[in-house]
Design a protein around this ligand. Structure first.
Ligand code: MG
Length: 364
C-alpha cells in the first residue's frame, strides 16, 4: 500500500449552540478534510480545524503546508513504514501542528486498514468505550446554569465550564453551577488564559473556601506564562491542567520538570498528530502525571483518532474531553467510532472505519 496523492475537502457542520470561550465565539465546525490516496485504492481520512488564536493554523495555511511541504515527501512511500512516514511529516517544516495532525491521522487510518484492525488495537488495545465531558460555554449565569442542568439531564457526568471573562462574575458562575448540579456532575473549569496568576489563586481559594470542589482548573493564565502556572499550582488545592502552554513532548517534559501543572491536556492539533501524542502519554505515565485528551472544534474524523488513542493509552489518559461531535447539530460522518452524547464507543472497523462523509465539498 503506497501513498499516491493527497486531496482536500471542506466540511461544515452547524453547532447546536454557539461555542464561547474567553478567546472566541464560533457557531459552526468548519474543518479541512484530508484524503490520502493509495495504489491499493484505500483512502485514509484526516481532519483539522482552523484555530488561529491557539495553534496559528488557518484553512489556507493547512492546505498550503500539506500541498507544498508535507505531501511531496510522502508520495511513493509505503504505509507499512509508519514511523518513517510520521518522521517525514514532523520534519517537513516548523510549527503547522494542525496540518501535520490531519496528515498523520489519515496515515494512521491507512495503517489500520493495511492490517485490517481498528487503530486502538494496533496501538496496544483497550476497552473500546469511553465517557466524555461536555463544554458549557461562557455566558450569563442563568444561561450557564440552564445549559449545565440540560447537560446533566442528557447524561453527562463531567462538565467543562468555560470562564476567564470577569473574575468576580466567574466566581459567581461557578458557585451557581456547582449548587445546581452538586453531586450529579464533576466540574472542570477552563479559563482559556483569561486570568492573571494572582486572580487565579484568588478565585480558586475563594471557591475552595466556599466548599466548591472542582476536578481541575485548566490553563488559567497566558500560554507562555509557565511561571504563572507554577505559581498557581503551588498555591491551590485544585489540580491545575496545562492546555495552550504545552504543544509537544519537549514542552511537556519542561512543564513536568518545573512542576508547573498537575495534568496535561493532549490535543492532536497541538501535538501535530498521533506520534507525538503517544510520546506525551508515555512521558506523563513515567512521571505519574495524568493526561486529559481534548479536541478543538473538530468533527468525528479527527476526534475518532483521539478516541482510539484514549482507548489504547487509558492508563495515562484518564480524562476525556472529546465533545466536538456532541456539540454539532448532526454528525455527517459514518465511521467506526460511535458518538452518543457522553458515551463514545469504537467498532471493529479497520483503521478509523470512515465509510461516508456527507456534504463534503471538494477543494481544488
Ligand atoms: Mg482548554
Amino acid at each position: 500500500m503506497k501513498i499516491t496523492d493527497i486531496r482536500f475537502g471542506m466540511l461544515r457542520v452547524p453547532l447546536k449552540t454557539p461555542f464561547k470561550t474567553a478567546l472566541r465565539s464560533v457557531d459552526q465546525v468548519e474543518d479541512i478534510v484530508v484524503m490520502v490516496n493509495t495504489d491499493s485504492g484505500h483512502v485514509g481520512y484526516g481532519e483539522a480545524p482552523a484555530t488561529a488564536v491557539i495553534t496559528g493554523d488557518t484553512h489556507g495555511s493547512i492546505i498550503e503546508a500539506i500541498r507544498h511541504y508535507i505531501s511531496p515527501r510522502l508520495i511513493g512511500h509505503e504505509v507499512a513504514d509508519l514511523n518513517h512516514l510520521t518522521h517525514l511529516v514532523q520534519g517537513a517544516m516548523e510549527k503547522n501542528s494542525s496540518a501535520k495532525a490531519a496528515v498523520e491521522i489519515a496515515i494512521y487510518d491507512l495503517w489500520g486498514q493495511l492490517y485490517n484492525a481498528p487503530l486502538y488495537r494496533l496501538l496496544g488495545g483497550g476497552d473500546p468505550v469511553i465517557t466524555t465531558d461536555i463544554t458549557i460555554s461562557v455566558d450569563y449565569i442563568d444561561k450557564m446554569v440552564a445549559d449545565s442542568m440540560a447537560a446533566v439531564e442528557r447524561g453527562f457526568e463531567s462538565l467543562k465550564i468555560k470562564v476567564g471573562k470577569d473574575i468576580g462574575v466567574d466566581i459567581e458562575r461557578v458557585k451557581a453551577i456547582y449548587a445546581a448540579v452538586e453531586g450529579r456532575a464533576l466540574l472542570r473549569l477552563d479559563a482559556n488564559q483569561g486570568w492573571t496568576a494572582k486572580q487565579a489563586v484568588y478565585a480558586l481559594q475563594t471557591l475552595e473556601d466556599a466548599g466548591v470542589r472542582l476536578e481541575l482548573v485548566e490553563q488559567p493564565v497566558k500560554a507562555h506564562d509557565l511561571d504563572g502556572m507554577k505559581y498557581i499550582t503551588e498555591r491551590v488545592h485544585t489540580p491545575v491542567m496545562a492546555d495552550e502552554s504545552v504543544f509537544g513532548p519537549m514542552e511537556v517534559i519542561e512543564l513536568i520538570r518545573m512542576r508547573a501543572a498537575d495534568i496535561v491536556n493532549i490535543k492532536l492539533m497541538k501535538t501535530g498528530g498521533l506520534s507525538n501524542a503517544i510520546r506525551i502519554a508515555d512521558i506523563a505515565a513515567i512521571y505519574g502525571v495524568d493526561c486529559m485528551i481534548g479536541c478543538m472544534l473538530e468533527g468525528s474524523i479527527s476526534v475518532a483518532a483521539a478516541v482510539h488513542l484514549a482507548v489504547a493509552k487509558s492508563h495515562a489518559i484518564t480524562k476525556i474531553d472529546l465533545d466536538g461531535p456532541s456539540l454539532c447539530a448532526f454528525n455527517p460522518v459514518d465511521g467506526g467510532v460511535l458518538f452518543n452524547d457522553s458515551e463514545i464507543s469504537v467498532t471493529d472497523a479497520p483503521g478509523l472505519g470512515i465509510r461516508e462523509i456527507r456534504g463534503l465539498e471538494l477543494v481544488g
